[in-house]
Ligand binder design. Structure first.
Ligand code: ARG
Length: 593
C-alpha cells in the first residue's frame, strides 16, 4: 500500500471510529499541498463534513490527530480552513526514492494486452509535405509512442492518397511541359518535382479559364470547360481503365514522390509499420453500402444515389454512393475501416487528421455504429488545429504554404547559428556538431508543436522555439546535458543503491514527488491521446532540477559521501526521466551540448 492508499483507508476508519459513519471511498479527495503551506499531501475535508456533522476546521483537526496516531510516516499536520495538510516524514520519501525511483524497473512498460492502430500522415501524392503535415506527423508519432509506453501494442499506419484527379493534374502537366525532366536531371527531390508540375497545371488552367471568361463564359462554366481539366479527367478514366501508358507514368511519378517523402519522414524521425494506398482502397466500401441498404440504415433516392439520414442525430442527410455508382470520400473510409479491423482486430483505432475533417469523422463513426460494428466504439478522431507562422516568415516558393523540408532545414540552421554564438561547441568534432544542430533544431520544433493541446490552433515562431531558456525543447535538452556532465565529472555509476538516511531539503522533496509522478503522467497523457501534458510535465522537471542545481552547494565538491551519492542519484533519475519522456515526444536529448 502506498501512502495515499494508506491515508484513504485510515480516513475511512477514522470517520467510522470518531463519528460512527460509513464514509464512501470516493469522498476522500487528496491533492498535493499548495506550496505556500507546510506539508505534502492535503485532504479536502468539505465532503467529509456531511458525515462528521462538525465544522470543516473541527473535522480536519479530529482527522489530523487520528492520522498522526495511526500512520507512523505522518509527522505533523496543519489545518487551513477545510484543508488538512499532512507532513510526511523525510524517511518515507527517501524510502520511496530508494525502492521505487531507483529501481531499474521504474516506469517500465507493463503490457496491457490491448492493440491500438494510429493512422497518421496520410498525405496526397501530388505535392510535398507542408507545415500542417509536420504537426500531423509529430503528433501521430508521439501519440503512438505514448501508447506504447502505456502498455499498448501499437500499429502505425499511413494511408496514402495516391490516386485521383490531383495526381492526374501533376502527371498531365509533366507530360505536356516536362521535357522528360526527372529528379536527377532537375536536382530536385521527387515530391518537389511533382509538386512543381501541380503548380504549373494550376497556372495553365487559370489561363484557360481567363480566356474562356473573356469569350463570355461564366467562372463556373469556364472551370468545367477548360480543355486542361477535361484532359485531366480523361486521364483519370484511363487510369481507372488501366491504360498501360497512364499507369506507367503514374507509377513513375508516385515513385518519385515516395522517395521524397521517405527523406522527409526520416528527417522528421517518424516511421510506419504499414502503408495503405487509396489506389487499393478506393473501391472498398461498396459492400458496406450494400450491407447498410439491407439493414435499412441507408436508403436509395430515385436517381439511384445512396444516402443515410442523420437528422435525428442532429446532422443532415449524407451521400454515401453517387447515382453513377462511384464512391465518395466516406465510401472509401467505410471500407478501409473494415479492412483495417479485419487485418489487425485492434481494440482502438485513432485517426490523426486536421480539424477541417471533424464532420467527416463524426459521420463515419456514427454510420459504423449504426451498422452494428462492434469495434466502432474504439474509433477516435484525433483532431488538431492549424499551425500559423508569424506573417512574413518562411513563405514557400509558391507563397502559400510552408514546405516541411524547408522548415526542417531552417530549424537546423537556426540551431547552428544560436549554438555557435554561445560558443557551446568549440571543442566538438564536425560530425558531432552536425548531429547536435539536428537534434536541437528538431527538438525545438517538436517540443514547440507538441506542448500545445492538439485541438488548439498554434502560432509557430521558429526562432522563439530555439531558446535555451523557457518552456522549450532546447532548455530541457540542455538541462539533460548539464546533468550528464555533472555525473561524468563525478565519475558516477548508477548502481540502484540508495542511501538510507540523508536530510532532505524542500526542493529535493519536491523533486522526489514530481519524479514519482512520471508513470501517472504517461498514463493520463495516453488516456487523453495528448503529448501536451507530458511535455509540460517534463518542463516542470527540468525547471525544478535547475532550481535544485542553483541552490545546492557544488555537488562534486560535497565531502559527505552519503549526501553526495544521494544528490547524484537524484540527478541521475531526473536525467533518466527527461530522456525517456523526451523520447516519447520523438526528441533526442544530447549527452553534451
Ligand atoms: N489524404 C487525406 C487528406 O490529405 C487525409 C486522409 C485521412 N484519413 C482517412 N482515413 N480519411 O486530406
Amino acid at each position: 500500500m502506498n501512502i495515499e492508499q494508506h491515508i484513504i483507508a485510515s480516513t475511512i476508519a477514522a470517520v467510522k471510529e470518531l463519528y460512527h459513519q460509513d464514509l464512501p471511498e470516493n469522498q476522500v479527495s487528496l491533492q498535493d499541498t499548495r506550496t505556500e503551506f507546510e506539508g505534502q499531501i492535503t485532504i479536502v475535508v468539505f465532503p467529509i463534513v456531511r458525515f462528521s456533522k462538525k465544522s470543516p476546521e473541527v473535522t480536519a483537526a479530529d482527522l489530523g490527530e487520528y492520522l498522526v496516531q495511526h500512520i507512523p510516516e505522518i509527522r505533523t499536520f496543519n489545518v487551513i480552513k477545510g484543508f488538512l495538510n499532512l507532513s510526511i516524514a523525510d524517511a518515507y520519501w527517501l524510502n520511496l526514492f530508494n525502492t521505487s525511483l531507483l529501481d531499474p524497473s521504474f516506469a517500465a512498460i507493463k503490457p496491457n494486452g490491448k492493440k491500438v492502430m494510429v493512422e497518421y500522415s496520410s498525405p496526397n501524392t501530388n505535392k510535398p509535405l507542408h507545415l500542417g503535415h509536420v504537426r500531423n506527423n509529430l503528433l501521430g508519432y508521439s501519440v503512438a509512442e505514448l501508447l506504447k509506453a502505456d502498455g499498448y501494442e501499437v500499429i502505425k499506419v499511413n494511408l496514402v492518397n495516391d490516386r485521383g484527379i490531383h495526381i492526374c493534374k501533376s502527371m498531365l502537366a509533366w507530360q505536356k511541359w516536362g521535357n522528360g525532366e526527372t529528379p536527377e536531371s532537375a536536382l530536385l527531390k521527387g515530391d518537389h518535382l511533382v509538386g512543381k508540375y501541380y503548380v504549373i497545371f494550376d497556372k495553365e488552367y487559370k489561363k484557360e479559364i481567363d480566356t474562356l471568361k473573356l469569350e463570355g463564359q461564366t467562372e463556373e462554366e469556364a472551370k468545367k470547360n477548360a480543355p486542361l481539366i477535361k484532359e485531366a479527367q480523361k486521364m483519370l478514366l484511363d487510369w481507372e481503365a488501366g491504360v498501360p501508358e497512364v499507369i506507367d507514368l503514374w507509377k513513375k511519378m508516385n515513385g518519385w514522390v515516395y522517395a521524397g517523402f521517405d527523406v522527409s519522414y526520416k528527417n522528421l524521425g517518424v516511421d510506419f509499420d504499414k502503408y495503405y494506398y487509396e489506389s487499393n482502397t478506393y473501391l472498398l466500401g461498396k459492400d458496406t453500402v450494400d450491407e447498410g441498404l439491407e439493414k435499412g440504415i441507408f436508403f436509395k433516392k430515385p436517381d439511384g444515389s445512396v444516402w443515410i439520414d442523420l437528422t435525428e442525430d442532429g446532422l443532415d442527410q449524407k451521400l454515401v454512393l453517387r447515382a453513377d455508382g462511384t464512391s465518395v470520400y466516406i465510401t472509401q473510409d467505410l471500407g478501409t475501416a473494415q479492412m483495417k479491423y479485419d487485418d489487425f482486430k485492434m481494440d482502438e483505432s485513432i485517426y490523426v487528421v486536421g480539424n477541417e475533417q471533424d464532420y467527416h469523422f463524426k459521420v463515419l463513426f456514427l454510420i459504423l455504429e449504426k451498422l452494428g460494428k462492434s469495434w466502432a466504439k474504439g474509433l477516435h478522431h484525433l483532431s488538431y488545429g492549424m499551425v500559423d507562422l508569424p506573417s512574413g516568415k518562411m513563405k514557400s516558393r509558391e507563397g502559400t504554404v510552408v514546405d516541411a523540408d524547408d522548415l526542417v532545414a531552417e530549424m537546423i540552421e537556426t540551431a547552428r547559428a544560436k549554438t555557435e554564438i554561445l560558443g557551446k561547441v568549440n571543442d566538438f568534432e564536425e560530425k558531432e556538431k552536425k548531429e547536435l544542430f539536428y537534434n536541437i533544431g528538431l527538438g525545438a520544433l517538436k517540443y514547440f508543436l507538441l506542448k500545445v493541446e492538439p485541438k488548439k490552433r498554434l502560432l509557430f515562431d521558429p526562432s522563439e522555439s530555439i531558446d535555451f531558456q523557457g518552456n522549450t525543447g532546447p532548455f530541457i535538452q540542455y538541462t539533460h546535458a548539464r546533468i550528464k556532465s555533472l555525473l561524468s565529472k563525478a565519475d558516477y555509476d548508477f548502481s540502484a543503491k540508495g542511501v538510507s538516511d540523508a536530510s532532505i531539503t524542500g526542493t529535493e522533496l519536491e523533486m522526489i514527488m514530481l519524479l514519482a509522478k512520471y508513470p501517472a503522467e504517461i498514463a493520463s497523457a495516453a488516456k487523453a491521446y495528448s503529448p501536451a501534458t507530458l511535455a509540460n510535465y517534463l518542463y516542470e522537471v527540468a525547471k525544478l532540477f535547475n532550481k535544485f542545481y542553483h541552490e545546492t552547494p557544488p555537488i562534486i565538491k560535497e565531502e559527505n559521501e552519503t549526501v553526495k551519492l544521494y544528490r547524484l542519484n537524484l540527478s541521475f533519475v531526473t536525467a533518466d526521466v527527461l530522456k525517456r519522456g523526451m523520447r516519447i515526444l520523438g526528441i533526442t536529448v544530447p549527452e553534451r551540448m
